[in-house]
Write a protein that binds this ligand. Structure first.
Ligand SMILES: CC(C)(COP(=O)(O)OP(=O)(O)OC[C@H]1O[C@@H](n2cnc3c(N)ncnc32)[C@H](O)[C@@H]1OP(=O)(O)O)[C@@H](O)C(=O)NCCC(=O)NCCS
Length: 468
């Protein structure tokens, strides 16, 4: 785990390159308020050369523990007056992070070094939350205390219950979730000190599931169900979602287990849009609730967390059109058509998405165990079959992605379509929190403030209204 640095003191830690050669990295820690930044010195440092206006600039190359390289341009503007331009940030490393490693070509996803397959198979969501936030798997005692916290802080302030009465029944649950998480700041105003901050991590993880379930209950006009302390994290959420005062409810262990896996698979994915948003907002030293609420809003978009909802909407469209899935497969292959099969292909994972592989298995088990008979899921299976056997999809490496299987699974579990992105947010919370903590623990972190290349009008004089 990264050691804590005192301002002004050098900190060293050992890492390993993929080639297994030892890598010694030295971080020079500077005071937060001083306006200086973390400087990296690696013993195996190379330099990249940039030539501009006939002048050469040496730019240090920073190498991560998995051999990924980044050209450090921190001093570029100061020395040359130029900035780099990378619209969409596809080539920009915004930070150094020890939380999550992805290799899209090889289909690798690891949290804190642990393969996602092993975590999904063996861990509980609470364990993964602890791992992401604190960097190590918890001991039995640590897990007991942490899980106990997640249980004991599940209730939300009774006054907040009134907020739900103010929203229209048609409110999208993502709007409710983001505003409720921001509202937690009114009940837990920032108090300086590590202990309170850690308690806020627990609070937000514990209360988010209650808020999410209540947003759903409100939307269907059912009474809000309080959390029960004898239930697990996932069991509690399912109980608040699906139980009603008029009859007994017991969550199916198959569904509870599938939810645990789904939350783990979504827990982190390094510097994506919502995580970068959380880091951006937190970099201004805004409070944790405001930072996480911003992350939820970023996740809401259809190009990010909203994609799993799109999968189900596509399946519904195909069913409404006579379930002729082959017609839509042909449409997706047609160069003249803009139609794409939602839930197929991935920007990063070109071989396979390890999360999709795990979910595919979980899908088979859940559908069989629950004996779900759903024409939408039949269409999904037929589309999956095509994608795995059709040359068009094979040549372009268009496998069903995590959103495809998570959409299908949530549907089978009885989660309504407009709650899919909320489920994603519940899973991603520990990732966001761990990035926020990493940023705060870095004594060299500064407010995130990109620059731009201005392309607007050059200076001109104000024209009075009657002369325009
Ligand atoms: C995820 C996605 C944006 C990745 O895009 P990308 O890496 O930029 O891939 P490209 O857009 O360059 O596509 C490469 C080729 O595959 C085709 N293709 C990509 N995704 C496709 C899909 N879902 N259905 C049909 N064809 C698809 C493209 O038309 C292109 O074909 P061409 O080489 O004949 O022109 C893209 O696959 C997509 O739009 N998928 C559907 C939306 C989705 O599921 N999003 C959630 C992602 S987690």
């Amino acid at each position: 785990m990264r050691p804590k640095a005192q301002p002004g003191s050098p900190v060293e830690w050992e890492g390993r390159l993929r080639s297994e050669s030892p890598l010694k990295i030295m971080v020079m820690a500077h005071g937060r308020g001083s306006g200086t930044y973390t400087k990296i010195k690696a013993s195996m440092m190379e330099n990249a050369k940039l030539s501009l206006d006939g002048q050469e600039y040496d730019l240090p190359v920073v190498t991560g523990t998995e051999g990924e390289r980044g050209i450090d341009i921190t001093s570029l503007r100061g020395e040359s007056g130029a900035i780099t331009l990378d619209s969409g940030y596809g080539n920009t490393g915004s930070c150094q992070s020890s939380i999550c490693f992805i290799n899209g070509e090889q289909g690798i996803l690891r949290y804190r070094g642990f393969p996602i397959e092993q975590l999904a198979e063996n861990a509980s969501f609470a364990e993964v939350c602890y791992l992401l936030i604190y960097g190590e798997l918890p001991t039995a005692d640590q897990l007991k205390a942490f899980s106990g916290g997640l249980t004991n802080h599940s209730m939300i302030h009774e006054d907040m219950k009134k907020f739900f009465e103010g929203y229209p029944a048609s409110a999208h649950p993502m709007a409710v979730l983001s505003s409720m998480i921001a509202s937690l700041a009114t009940y837990y105003p920032k108090i300086e000190g590590d202990e309170d901050e850690d308690l806020n991590f627990i609070r937000v993880l514990a209360k988010a599931k209650t808020i999410a379930a209540w947003a759903y209950k409100k939307s269907i006009g059912q009474p809000l169900v309080y959390p029960l302390n004898h239930l697990s994290y996932c069991g509690n959420f399912l109980n608040m979602m699906f139980s009603v005062p008029t009859e007994d409810y017991q969550a199916s262990p198959v569904v509870e287990n599938a939810l645990n896996v789904l939350l783990i698979l979504h827990a982190d994915h390094e510097q994506n849009c919502s995580t970068s948003t959380v880091r951006m907002v937190a970099s201004s030293q805004a409070n944790i609730f405001a930072s996480l609420s911003a992350g939820i809003c970023a996740l809401w978009g259809p190009l990010h967390g909203g994609a799993n909802q799109k999968v189900l909407e596509m399946l519904e469209m195909i069913r409404a059109d006579g379930a002729d899935y082959k017609k839509y497969v042909n449409l997706a292959k047609d160069r003249d058509s803009e139609f794409r099969l939602m839930g197929f292909g991935h920007r990063v994972y070109k071989n396979f998405d390890p999360r999709a592989t795990i979910l595919r298995k979980a899908c088979d088990e859940v559908l069989e165990e629950l004996g779900v008979d759903d024409p939408l899921l039949d269409i999904a299976k037929q589309l999956e079959d095509v994608a795995l056997n059709d040359d068009y999809f094979i040549e372009r490496k268009l496998y069903p992605n995590v959103d495809f299987y998570s959409g299908v699974l949530y549907r089978a579990m009885g989660i309504p379509t407009n709650m899919f992105t909320v489920m994603f947010a519940l899973g991603r919370l520990p990732g966001w929190i761990s990035h926020l903590k990493e940023l705060r623990d870095d004594p060299g972190s500064r407010i995130n403030r990109p620059r731009q290349v201005y392309t607007g009008a050059t200076q001109r004089d104000y024209v009075p209204l009657d002369q325009r």
